[in-house]
Design a binder for this molecule. Sequence first.
Ligand code: GUN
Ligand code: ZN
Length: 428
Amino acid sequence: MTLFRARVMDTPDDPFADGALRSDEDAGLLVVDGVITERAHYATVRADHPDEDVVDLRGGVLLPGLVDTHVHFPQVRVIGALGMPLLEWLERCALPEECHLEDPAYARDVAAEFVFGLASAGTTTALVFGSHFASAVDLLFAESARVGLRVTSGLVVSDRGLPDPLLTTPERAYDEAIALAERWHDVGRSRYAVTPRFSFSAGEDLLDACAAVAKDVPDAWFTSHVNENPAEVAEVARLFAEAEHYVDTYARHGLLDERSVLAHNVHATDAELAVLAGHGASVSHCPTSNAALGSGLFPLRRHLDHGVRVALGSDVGAGTGFSLLKEGLQAYFMQSLLGDAGLPLTSTHLLHLATRAGALALGLGETVGDLGVGKEFDAVWVRPLDDDPLDVGLRHAKSPEDALAKVFALGGDSDVAGVWVAGDRIKG
Ligand code: GUN
Ligand code: ZN
């Protein structure tokens, strides 16, 4: 049993439905076997538990562990390549690097770098785009389990349009996915995600094989890309003449339900949004990636108007780093650049998108995403150095919302002073 003392902020009530920021200036959180069992003013909890160990996290802000709903394991070494649109970036930058993961020694190093990157940014839960190589995906699961992160991931599959070493067959894709799922699905904090790279690189038979894996692995997750870039969208329309639209290339194979998360969806039509909403699928909004690749401005308002669930993704390595704080800020920038079509976002919206919305998209809303009683203690302590601009801003903030806005505007990985998953400190 441990008693945490901190300034705590979280968003149990959806701010897109008028929920307010929950902020406690001096909270006591009692954690028993990794679960929060009491939350009240520190003095109140302390009075009931005078002998417990206290972890004093005063100074800075304690937030729920951040949730990244779209991040690529094999791309940690190519973060920061600027100046290319999607298809050129894939060809020149991402895919050559991904070929290296065929070598298990290389993949082991990248897995360690990747998991370290997540934890350092305060990300405690992630839906991870794996590798095209089963051995590399196995190493990713092993490393994330060793560190203690909640990772949902899987074998990335493609059978056309990519370099030969990254291609597979429907039969091999099925067999390797099932073998990985048997080792990792619902084992500890790991879960399996069926992962065709995108319809651009996946033919009908391969998508059928994906559907077979989804059927044969109970409660498997599904993730892929959709509607990211106009040239990609046009090519998918050409390749799938029978499909109604890009979303339909997945839907017609039965791949969309409430355990599906599609990344980007920048160029969605109303018909596609209706299909996503109808299936209860979620969209991972990846703003730094969309800006870096010039993919476009994400129509958040249209997603929410259609009832499509949205959370945040870093999309490392097209995205410019692991920080969900940065993604939140960029999401805010994007909506303001959209003018009347944009949705004005407050710091409360940004925290929700980076925490509880992600937990809901990943079916973990009962377990993590806020710091209320009954939730597991996944938390990130944002504690800048004394007199750092963020420290100055926090000390002079006019309200909790103002303080939280400063966390998003000024906070980064170097301010992440501690990270916990289910009560275990994994960083700091
Ligand atoms: N579409 C297919 N593969 C990728 C990828 O690796 N990154 C992004 N941003 N989009 C993709
Ligand atoms: Zn991606």
